[in-house]
Design a protein around this ligand. Structure first.
Ligand code: HEC
Length: 137
């Protein structure tokens, strides 16, 4: 009797341990999709890695580099990189920027998409985006 109960509890624990990562993985893929849909990449770059050039470019006449792969595009130096940051931190910053609680001279750029985010994002999407960005290597 007790033995059976212990077995059932054990099964539930194992099931829980298996389901949690699957839920996280589903959230991450939803987050990736919403990161694109909500135009986040337009300011934070592909996968939140910042607005950087994807390849080198040389000036044809001088042969000198105009820019190098990985170099930040002009004007985006102060736009934060999001990839690999802590999920809980990212989530709170998004909420605070959209609510106006975090408000510096750069915040309005992002707060400008609030209406679009409010009308497009579902409950849990910002958390899903935070989870997605936190696991980008
Ligand atoms: C129009 C440009 C723009 C768009 C679009 C944009 N952001 Fe931002 N984002 C910024 C700027 C600029 C900051 C810095 C603002 C500040 O310091 O308050 C920022 C800050 C952040 C931060 C805080 C990062 C940190 O290190 O503290 C997070 C998280 C973030 N953005 C996520 C997103 C997500 C997710 C989206 C899409 C839903 C998005 N942003 C869309 C420009 C943008």
């Amino acid at each position: 009797m007790v033995n059976n109960m212990l077995k059932s509890i054990l099964k539930l624990l194992i099931l829980g341990a298996l389901v949690a990562p699957v839920n996280f993985a589903l959230g991450v893929s939803r987050g990736e999709e919403m990161y694109q849909t909500l135009t986040c990449a337009a300011c934070h770059g592909a996968a939140g890695k910042g607005m950087v050039y994807r390849r080198d470019r040389k000036d044809k006449k001088t042969g000198k580099y105009k820019y190098r792969k990985g170099q930040t595009k002009p004007g985006f130096e102060a736009y934060p990189k999001l990839a690999g940051q802590n999920s809980a931190y990212l989530y709170v910053q998004m909420v605070d920027i959209f609510s106006g609680k975090r408000n510096n001279n750069l915040s309005p750029a992002m707060a400008g998409i609030k209406l679009m985010v409010d009308s497009t994002a579902k409950e849990g999407d910002l958390q899903a985006i935070a989870d997605y960005l936190s696991q980008v290597k």
